[in-house]
Ligand binder design. Structure first.
Ligand code: SAM
Length: 286
Protein backbone atom coordinates (compact mmCIF):
# COMPACT_ATOMS: atom_id res chain seq x y z
CA UNK A 1 0.00 0.00 0.00
CA UNK A 2 1.30 3.49 -0.81
CA UNK A 3 2.24 5.49 2.25
CA UNK A 4 -0.56 7.94 2.92
CA UNK A 5 1.63 10.48 4.67
CA UNK A 6 3.86 10.72 1.58
CA UNK A 7 3.38 14.14 0.02
CA UNK A 8 3.43 12.76 -3.56
CA UNK A 9 0.83 10.10 -2.68
CA UNK A 10 -1.42 12.74 -1.11
CA UNK A 11 -1.08 15.04 -4.11
CA UNK A 12 -1.83 12.15 -6.50
CA UNK A 13 -4.96 11.09 -4.60
CA UNK A 14 -6.24 14.63 -4.19
CA UNK A 15 -5.65 15.49 -7.87
CA UNK A 16 -7.44 12.30 -8.93
CA UNK A 17 -10.49 13.38 -6.89
CA UNK A 18 -10.23 17.03 -7.95
CA UNK A 19 -9.91 18.09 -4.30
CA UNK A 20 -8.87 21.60 -3.17
CA UNK A 21 -8.03 22.35 0.47
CA UNK A 22 -10.62 24.33 2.38
CA UNK A 23 -9.02 26.81 4.75
CA UNK A 24 -12.33 27.47 6.48
CA UNK A 25 -12.58 23.76 7.44
CA UNK A 26 -9.09 23.80 8.95
CA UNK A 27 -7.70 21.37 6.40
CA UNK A 28 -3.99 20.88 7.03
CA UNK A 29 -3.10 17.26 6.32
CA UNK A 30 -0.19 15.48 7.99
CA UNK A 31 2.76 14.64 5.75
CA UNK A 32 5.28 13.74 8.49
CA UNK A 33 5.34 9.90 8.56
CA UNK A 34 6.40 9.73 12.22
CA UNK A 35 3.46 11.58 13.74
CA UNK A 36 0.45 9.28 13.17
CA UNK A 37 2.03 6.01 14.38
CA UNK A 38 3.20 7.86 17.51
CA UNK A 39 -0.25 9.37 18.13
CA UNK A 40 -1.98 6.01 17.56
CA UNK A 41 0.41 4.32 19.98
CA UNK A 42 0.18 7.00 22.71
CA UNK A 43 -3.62 7.32 22.58
CA UNK A 44 -3.80 3.73 23.80
CA UNK A 45 -5.54 2.19 20.77
CA UNK A 46 -5.49 -1.60 21.17
CA UNK A 47 -7.36 -4.72 20.05
CA UNK A 48 -9.91 -4.39 22.85
CA UNK A 49 -10.97 -0.80 22.42
CA UNK A 50 -12.79 1.52 20.07
CA UNK A 51 -11.40 4.81 18.76
CA UNK A 52 -13.43 7.81 17.71
CA UNK A 53 -11.62 10.12 15.29
CA UNK A 54 -12.76 13.61 14.34
CA UNK A 55 -11.77 14.93 10.91
CA UNK A 56 -9.96 12.00 9.23
CA UNK A 57 -9.01 14.08 6.15
CA UNK A 58 -7.65 11.50 3.70
CA UNK A 59 -7.29 8.89 6.46
CA UNK A 60 -3.60 9.06 7.34
CA UNK A 61 -4.21 8.76 11.11
CA UNK A 62 -7.30 6.57 10.62
CA UNK A 63 -5.13 3.80 9.06
CA UNK A 64 -2.73 3.80 11.99
CA UNK A 65 -5.62 3.65 14.46
CA UNK A 66 -7.32 0.81 12.54
CA UNK A 67 -4.09 -1.24 12.62
CA UNK A 68 -4.21 -1.18 16.42
CA UNK A 69 -7.83 -0.79 17.56
CA UNK A 70 -10.80 -3.14 17.46
CA UNK A 71 -12.92 -0.53 15.70
CA UNK A 72 -12.51 3.04 14.46
CA UNK A 73 -15.35 5.46 13.78
CA UNK A 74 -14.30 8.64 11.96
CA UNK A 75 -16.54 11.72 11.65
CA UNK A 76 -15.74 13.91 8.62
CA UNK A 77 -17.72 17.02 7.73
CA UNK A 78 -16.43 17.56 4.19
CA UNK A 79 -18.44 15.32 1.86
CA UNK A 80 -15.80 15.69 -0.88
CA UNK A 81 -13.48 13.56 1.29
CA UNK A 82 -15.89 10.59 1.52
CA UNK A 83 -14.96 9.05 -1.88
CA UNK A 84 -11.29 9.71 -1.07
CA UNK A 85 -11.64 7.83 2.24
CA UNK A 86 -13.52 5.00 0.49
CA UNK A 87 -10.41 4.53 -1.59
CA UNK A 88 -7.68 5.05 1.01
CA UNK A 89 -9.32 2.94 3.73
CA UNK A 90 -10.63 0.15 1.49
CA UNK A 91 -8.20 -2.43 2.91
CA UNK A 92 -9.66 -2.18 6.44
CA UNK A 93 -12.86 -3.81 7.64
CA UNK A 94 -12.92 -2.19 11.10
CA UNK A 95 -13.49 1.44 10.09
CA UNK A 96 -16.77 3.33 9.75
CA UNK A 97 -16.77 6.83 8.27
CA UNK A 98 -19.66 9.13 9.11
CA UNK A 99 -20.25 12.27 7.02
CA UNK A 100 -21.42 14.72 9.71
CA UNK A 101 -20.51 17.78 11.73
CA UNK A 102 -19.00 16.72 15.06
CA UNK A 103 -20.65 19.71 16.73
CA UNK A 104 -24.12 18.54 15.66
CA UNK A 105 -23.91 14.78 16.08
CA UNK A 106 -25.29 12.98 19.15
CA UNK A 107 -22.03 11.50 20.41
CA UNK A 108 -23.54 9.66 23.37
CA UNK A 109 -25.86 7.75 21.05
CA UNK A 110 -23.11 7.11 18.52
CA UNK A 111 -20.73 5.72 21.14
CA UNK A 112 -23.45 3.48 22.60
CA UNK A 113 -24.40 2.11 19.18
CA UNK A 114 -20.97 1.74 17.61
CA UNK A 115 -18.74 0.68 20.50
CA UNK A 116 -20.89 -1.70 22.53
CA UNK A 117 -18.87 -3.28 25.36
CA UNK A 118 -15.63 -1.51 24.39
CA UNK A 119 -13.54 1.06 26.18
CA UNK A 120 -13.47 4.16 24.02
CA UNK A 121 -10.74 6.72 23.40
CA UNK A 122 -10.66 9.73 21.10
CA UNK A 123 -7.73 10.43 18.82
CA UNK A 124 -7.76 13.31 16.33
CA UNK A 125 -5.86 16.04 14.56
CA UNK A 126 -8.46 18.72 15.24
CA UNK A 127 -9.51 21.48 12.81
CA UNK A 128 -8.05 24.59 14.44
CA UNK A 129 -11.02 26.88 13.87
CA UNK A 130 -13.13 24.97 16.43
CA UNK A 131 -10.57 23.30 18.71
CA UNK A 132 -11.93 24.64 22.01
CA UNK A 133 -15.65 24.09 21.26
CA UNK A 134 -14.90 20.49 20.23
CA UNK A 135 -12.83 19.80 23.36
CA UNK A 136 -15.52 21.34 25.56
CA UNK A 137 -18.27 19.32 23.86
CA UNK A 138 -16.31 16.09 24.35
CA UNK A 139 -15.78 16.86 28.04
CA UNK A 140 -19.11 18.43 28.99
CA UNK A 141 -21.18 15.63 27.50
CA UNK A 142 -19.57 13.13 29.94
CA UNK A 143 -19.13 10.57 27.21
CA UNK A 144 -17.67 7.73 29.26
CA UNK A 145 -14.28 8.03 27.57
CA UNK A 146 -10.93 6.89 28.90
CA UNK A 147 -8.95 9.65 27.23
CA UNK A 148 -8.88 12.27 24.49
CA UNK A 149 -5.63 12.54 22.50
CA UNK A 150 -5.66 15.52 20.19
CA UNK A 151 -3.38 17.65 18.07
CA UNK A 152 -4.00 21.34 18.61
CA UNK A 153 -2.07 24.58 18.08
CA UNK A 154 0.98 24.58 20.34
CA UNK A 155 -0.19 27.74 22.08
CA UNK A 156 -3.50 26.09 22.99
CA UNK A 157 -1.67 22.96 24.16
CA UNK A 158 0.55 25.09 26.41
CA UNK A 159 -2.47 26.90 27.83
CA UNK A 160 -4.39 23.69 28.52
CA UNK A 161 -1.39 22.03 30.16
CA UNK A 162 -0.47 25.13 32.21
CA UNK A 163 -2.93 24.09 34.91
CA UNK A 164 -4.43 26.50 37.42
CA UNK A 165 -2.97 29.60 39.09
CA UNK A 166 -0.60 30.23 36.21
CA UNK A 167 -0.07 33.23 33.92
CA UNK A 168 -0.47 31.05 30.83
CA UNK A 169 -3.81 29.66 32.05
CA UNK A 170 -7.11 30.56 30.38
CA UNK A 171 -10.69 29.51 30.97
CA UNK A 172 -10.11 26.43 28.78
CA UNK A 173 -7.25 25.28 31.07
CA UNK A 174 -9.51 25.34 34.11
CA UNK A 175 -12.42 23.65 32.38
CA UNK A 176 -10.17 20.90 31.01
CA UNK A 177 -8.52 20.38 34.40
CA UNK A 178 -11.92 20.00 36.03
CA UNK A 179 -12.80 17.03 33.82
CA UNK A 180 -9.37 15.54 33.13
CA UNK A 181 -5.65 15.43 33.84
CA UNK A 182 -3.93 16.89 30.78
CA UNK A 183 -0.57 15.64 29.59
CA UNK A 184 1.69 17.30 26.97
CA UNK A 185 2.92 14.52 24.65
CA UNK A 186 5.02 16.06 21.87
CA UNK A 187 5.47 19.06 19.58
CA UNK A 188 4.78 18.90 15.83
CA UNK A 189 6.49 21.47 13.61
CA UNK A 190 4.41 23.43 11.08
CA UNK A 191 6.34 21.84 8.17
CA UNK A 192 4.70 18.49 9.03
CA UNK A 193 1.50 19.58 7.25
CA UNK A 194 0.22 20.25 3.75
CA UNK A 195 -0.47 23.15 3.45
CA UNK A 196 1.84 24.31 6.27
CA UNK A 197 0.00 26.44 8.86
CA UNK A 198 1.59 29.58 10.35
CA UNK A 199 2.13 28.04 13.78
CA UNK A 200 3.50 24.84 15.34
CA UNK A 201 1.22 22.21 16.86
CA UNK A 202 1.35 19.80 19.77
CA UNK A 203 -0.29 16.55 20.76
CA UNK A 204 -1.89 16.45 24.20
CA UNK A 205 -3.69 13.68 26.06
CA UNK A 206 -6.58 14.44 28.41
CA UNK A 207 -6.90 11.57 30.86
CA UNK A 208 -10.53 11.69 31.93
CA UNK A 209 -11.12 11.77 35.69
CA UNK A 210 -13.46 9.08 37.00
CA UNK A 211 -14.85 11.67 39.38
CA UNK A 212 -14.68 15.46 39.19
CA UNK A 213 -12.33 16.75 41.93
CA UNK A 214 -14.94 18.54 44.08
CA UNK A 215 -18.61 19.25 44.33
CA UNK A 216 -19.99 21.97 42.04
CA UNK A 217 -23.68 22.56 42.57
CA UNK A 218 -24.30 24.43 39.30
CA UNK A 219 -21.75 23.63 36.57
CA UNK A 220 -23.28 26.10 34.13
CA UNK A 221 -22.78 28.97 36.59
CA UNK A 222 -19.31 27.64 37.53
CA UNK A 223 -18.09 27.83 33.90
CA UNK A 224 -19.81 31.17 33.36
CA UNK A 225 -17.89 32.58 36.33
CA UNK A 226 -14.58 31.19 35.06
CA UNK A 227 -15.20 32.54 31.54
CA UNK A 228 -16.20 35.99 32.79
CA UNK A 229 -13.18 36.19 35.08
CA UNK A 230 -10.74 35.35 32.27
CA UNK A 231 -12.56 37.57 29.75
CA UNK A 232 -11.35 40.55 31.82
CA UNK A 233 -8.25 38.93 33.24
CA UNK A 234 -6.42 42.20 34.02
CA UNK A 235 -9.23 43.35 36.31
CA UNK A 236 -9.68 41.97 39.81
CA UNK A 237 -12.09 39.05 39.67
CA UNK A 238 -14.49 40.86 42.00
CA UNK A 239 -14.74 43.71 39.48
CA UNK A 240 -15.03 41.40 36.44
CA UNK A 241 -17.81 39.39 38.04
CA UNK A 242 -19.64 42.47 39.26
CA UNK A 243 -19.46 43.90 35.68
CA UNK A 244 -20.07 40.82 33.57
CA UNK A 245 -22.59 38.98 35.70
CA UNK A 246 -24.18 41.98 37.35
CA UNK A 247 -23.54 40.68 40.86
CA UNK A 248 -23.51 42.99 43.87
CA UNK A 249 -19.89 43.83 44.74
CA UNK A 250 -20.52 43.64 48.51
CA UNK A 251 -21.93 40.14 48.14
CA UNK A 252 -18.80 39.14 46.23
CA UNK A 253 -16.52 40.66 48.88
CA UNK A 254 -18.28 38.58 51.58
CA UNK A 255 -18.00 35.41 49.49
CA UNK A 256 -14.29 35.98 48.78
CA UNK A 257 -13.60 36.67 52.47
CA UNK A 258 -15.34 33.55 53.70
CA UNK A 259 -13.64 31.40 51.02
CA UNK A 260 -10.25 32.83 52.03
CA UNK A 261 -9.60 34.37 48.59
CA UNK A 262 -7.66 37.63 48.46
CA UNK A 263 -9.91 40.51 47.41
CA UNK A 264 -7.32 41.68 44.88
CA UNK A 265 -7.11 38.28 43.11
CA UNK A 266 -7.20 38.12 39.34
CA UNK A 267 -8.46 35.08 37.39
CA UNK A 268 -4.96 33.64 37.01
CA UNK A 269 -4.47 33.59 40.82
CA UNK A 270 -7.67 31.72 41.62
CA UNK A 271 -7.67 27.92 41.81
CA UNK A 272 -10.37 25.68 40.41
CA UNK A 273 -11.47 24.80 43.90
CA UNK A 274 -11.73 28.49 44.85
CA UNK A 275 -13.84 29.09 41.73
CA UNK A 276 -16.09 26.23 42.87
CA UNK A 277 -16.51 27.94 46.26
CA UNK A 278 -17.48 31.24 44.60
CA UNK A 279 -19.91 29.44 42.32
CA UNK A 280 -21.48 27.33 45.08
CA UNK A 281 -21.96 30.39 47.29
CA UNK A 282 -23.56 32.35 44.44
CA UNK A 283 -25.81 29.48 43.40
CA UNK A 284 -27.23 29.29 46.96
CA UNK A 285 -28.99 32.57 46.44
CA UNK A 286 -30.38 31.59 43.03
N1 SAM B 1 -6.72 13.79 10.19
C1 SAM B 1 -6.22 14.42 8.99
C2 SAM B 1 -4.71 14.57 9.08
O1 SAM B 1 -4.20 14.53 10.20
O2 SAM B 1 -4.06 14.71 8.04
C3 SAM B 1 -6.90 15.76 8.73
C4 SAM B 1 -6.84 16.76 9.86
S1 SAM B 1 -7.37 18.39 9.40
C5 SAM B 1 -6.42 19.35 10.55
C6 SAM B 1 -9.01 18.56 10.11
C7 SAM B 1 -10.10 17.72 9.45
O3 SAM B 1 -11.33 17.98 10.14
C8 SAM B 1 -10.37 18.01 8.00
O4 SAM B 1 -10.48 16.81 7.28
C9 SAM B 1 -11.73 18.76 8.00
O5 SAM B 1 -12.47 18.60 6.82
C10 SAM B 1 -12.40 18.12 9.20
N2 SAM B 1 -13.44 18.94 9.85
C11 SAM B 1 -13.51 20.29 9.93
N3 SAM B 1 -14.58 20.69 10.64
C12 SAM B 1 -15.22 19.55 11.04
C13 SAM B 1 -16.40 19.30 11.79
N4 SAM B 1 -17.13 20.31 12.31
N5 SAM B 1 -16.79 18.01 12.00
C14 SAM B 1 -16.05 16.98 11.49
N6 SAM B 1 -14.92 17.17 10.76
C15 SAM B 1 -14.50 18.42 10.53
Amino acid sequence: MERLSDINTIKKILTKHGFNFSKSLGQNFLINPNVCPKMAELCGANENNGVLEIGPGIGVLTCELAKRAKKVVAIELDKRLIPVLDETLSKFNNIKVINQDVMKIDLKKLIKEEFLGMNVVICANLPYYITSPIIMKLLEERLNLKSITVMVQKEVADRICAGECNRKAGSISLAVNYYSKPEYLFTVKRGSFLPAPNVDSAVIKLNIREKVPFNVTNEKLFFKIIKSSFAQRRKTTINSLANCLNIDKNELIEIFKSAGISLSSRAENISLEQFSKISNALSKGK
